[in-house]
Design a protein around this ligand. Structure first.
Ligand code: HEM
Length: 655
């Protein structure tokens, strides 16, 4: 018996199988398909089956869903040695062929050397590990189901351990696939490497005969004899050939095909695409991929915006499934055989059924698939479609045994389903959180952009102000240069008036060198610096200025300026001076050669001049042999007789 129960989805319980149930036999665990959790696939289901055969549990139609119409061993099914013969004799007419879900991997059960490749379920109940697997598989828009497997070629050697008793290869519970050939061109809408599965298959219902293999030659409606629960098992090759032959003969499938009948009973549209019962998925009538269990690929591929809605539907489904299980058992047949048709949940049955096909419908307590209960019935969600008519009879009889047992109980087993759903919720929340962060960052960027824009505007305004100020400054400068001014000085120095020629040796700028020496009986000797300018402007007069500074601090000290006049054609000189001490004086004298001796003629002062007042002043200028100008000043105050007050030698610094 198939570990999936009495039959597969395309090969529901054969009527004959109802008899041997009284003698439950344990199927040897000879399957070469160790599961990821180390148990043999289907082990639990076998246990379930044994229980059912013991009469304790009915055999719900859901169980049939797990079998494969391909004739190949279902996961966990016995297929070797002693167990093989036993399993072969008991296994369903239709069995599932396990295919590797990895992209660009064509491994499937039965292909190549036995035991060379093993297949391992996705750890659906271990969300953390499931995420690792999914990351490794890198299939876009694809969600693994209970019927998804990875072959052993995607695991490193150390991912496996060997069972002690028989050296059977087991996948370690912590194993994560890591070997993929993702660079090859992806095929199929879901990025999966096998196009043979779905795209070319069509059916009028959820389950129909196999359509084609990877060559895409298959068409809708075909089914092999092996898929016919009334037919004997045959090899995959022969079934395939026969199927293809039928496909050529009748794209819609032979009218008498039991499986087609079944399919049509579960699907409204007779020409709608079908799925291969033995495959993991097939095309739904609307072209969507339909899982082996009748689950549309779209059902497990929620749109981005409806993720939570989708997950919520999973929860809803889970609760619904539990509720269904808790419902009272269905009355025994044949009384309820008609009722069975009525009780079919509209949301699962899809559409109208043929007169004899109605029996193929699952009772409401035998929801066959894990398809989430969507608000609106999707043509790609054929929960009960997968129950062939023959199975219905079996179901009827078994329903009468005890409370119905749905495969959902296996697929969405109590804690596992919720954990899976919760993990999906976690995914969803995580995604939302990431989106929220992105939105937050985007807002910050926009805010910064706004600030940047504001700063640029301010800079622009500042630039404008700078330009205006610059223009103003230019205007002011222009106005300044246009201000009336004295005529520019002549490039040539003014011609000296001949009158002052006798004093020409005094012309020029002179600097004290060395510093002048100050003395007076009432004063401490002192030193000073002095600069002397004696010039003319062409007039018969010399202009002079004497400016003394402190030798150390360079602070201004005594200052005086005035004019020197010569009486024309004489050597008589008049020296007129105004001093910063508030004294004005006139000295007169003679110039002889390069020596000028003058004495005060009149002295006047301000009313508040400091005392002692100077009463007499004499000066002597001479140009020494070194070309230096010397000056000696003597004075008499009201308190001191005539005494030298200053002596200084000047060095000429300009012509
Ligand atoms: C012809 C020109 C000058 C006259 C008539 C003159 C007159 C006087 C008189 C009347 C005094 C007061 C003396 C006293 O207190 O007993 C005096 C003091 C002094 N004179 Fe002159 N002086 C002349 C030029 C200068 C110059 C060129 C210096 C150079 C720095 C100078 C430096 C001083 C100093 C430092 C004192 C002592 C401090 C003071 O009383 O302010 N004098 N001078």
């Amino acid at each position: 018996m198939s570990p999936y129960g009495a039959a597969g989805p395309g090969a529901p319980a054969h009527p004959r199988r109802r008899e041997p149930r009284a003698a439950p036999r344990r199927v040897p665990e000879t399957s070469g398909e160790p599961r990821a959790d180390g148990r043999r696939p289907g082990g639990g289901r076998r246990h379930l089956a044994v229980r059912r055969r013991g009469g304790r549990l009915p055999r719900p139609a859901a169980v049939y869903l797990r079998a494969s119409p391909r004739g190949g061993p279902a996961p966990g099914s016995a297929r070797r040695g002693e167990g093989r013969s036993l399993a072969a004799s008991r296994r369903p007419r239709t069995e599932m062929v396990i295919c590797c879900a990895a992209a660009n991997c064509s491994n499937r059960q039965g292909k190549g050397e036995k035991r060379a490749v093993s297949f391992h379920r996705f750890p659906l109940k271990d969300s953390k590990r499931l995420i690792q697997w999914l990351k490794a598989v890198q299939r876009d828009n694809w969600t693994p189901t209970k019927y998804s497997f990875l072959c052993s070629e995607h695991f490193t050697k150390d991912s496996f351990s060997k069972r002690l008793e028989d050296q059977h290869r087991l996948l370690k519970p912590t194993a994560v696939p890591s070997i993929f050939h993702l660079t090859e061109k992806k095929r199929g809408a879901a990025g999966h490497g096998r196009t043979r599965r779905k795209d070319s298959r069509k059916a009028s219902g959820g389950l129909r005969g196999r359509a084609s293999e990877a060559d895409g030659k298959g068409t809708a409606g075909s089914s092999s004899s092996s898929e016919n629960p009334m037919a004997k098992p045959e090899s995959l090759k022969s079934r395939r050939a026969a199927r293809q032959e039928r496909v050529r003969q009748s794209p819609q499938g032979p009218p008498g095909d039991a499986l087609d009948t079944t399919v049509s009973s579960s699907r409204a549209a007779a020409s709608a695409p079908t799925r291969d019962v033995g495959d993991d998925s097939a095309t739904s009538p609307d072209g969507g991929l339909v899982d082996k269990s009748g689950i549309s690929k779209d059902d497990f591929t929620p749109p981005g915006s409806g993720a939570c809605k989708f997950i919520g539907s999973l929860h809803s489904y889970s609760f619904s499934s539990r509720h269904t299980r808790e419902r009272p058992s269905v009355p025994r047949e044949p009384v309820d055989r008609k009722r069975l048709k009525k009780d079919v949940e509209p949301s699962c049955s899809g559409t109208s059924l043929g007169p004899e096909k109605g029996l193929a419908q699952s009772p409401p307590s035998s929801s066959l698939t894990a398809t989430p209960q969507k608000p609106s019935q999707s043509p790609s969600a054929p929960p009960t479609d997968v129950t062939p008519k023959p199975a219905a009879e079996a179901v009827q009889s078994e329903h009468s045994d005890a409370s119905p047992m749905s495969i959902n109980e296996v697929i969405l087993s109590a804690s596992g389903a919720c954990r899976l759903i919760d993990s999906l919720h976690s995914y969803c929340f995580s995604s939302r959180q990431s989106k929220s962060q992105v939105c937050c960052l985007r807002e910050q960027v926009e805010k910064k952009n706004g600030e940047l824009k504001s700063l640029r505007q301010r800079v622009s305004r500042s630039d404008s102000q700078v330009r205006k100020l610059q223009e103003k400054l230019d205007e002011l400068q222009k106005a300044g240069t246009s201000r009336p001014s004295l005529p520019p000085p002549s490039r040539e120095p003014p011609k000296m008036n001949p009158v002052v020629e006798p004093l020409s040796w005094m012309l020029g700028t002179w600097l004290s060198d060395p510093p002048g020496a100050g003395t007076f009986p009432t004063l401490q000797p002192f030193r000073y610096l002095e600069e002397v300018h004696i010039s003319h402007v062409g007039q018969p007069v010399l202009n002079f200025s004497f400016n003394a500074f402190h030798p150390d601090t360079r602070k201004p000290m005594h200052r005086e300026c005035g004019f020197i006049r010569l009486e024309p054609d004489t050597n008589k000189v008049a020296f007129v001076s105004a001093q910063n001490t508030g004294i004005v004086e006139v000295e007169e004298g003679e110039v002889n050669g390069q020596e000028l001796c003058i004495a005060s003629h009149s002295i006047a002062r301000i009313s508040f001049a400091k005392e002692p007042h100077v009463e007499q002043i004499t000066r002597k200028f001479r140009l020494n042999s070194e070309g230096k100008l010397e000056q000696t000043v003597s004075m008499a105050t009201t308190a001191q007789p005539m005494t030298q007050h200053l002596h200084v030698t000047y060095k000429k610094v300009t012509p």
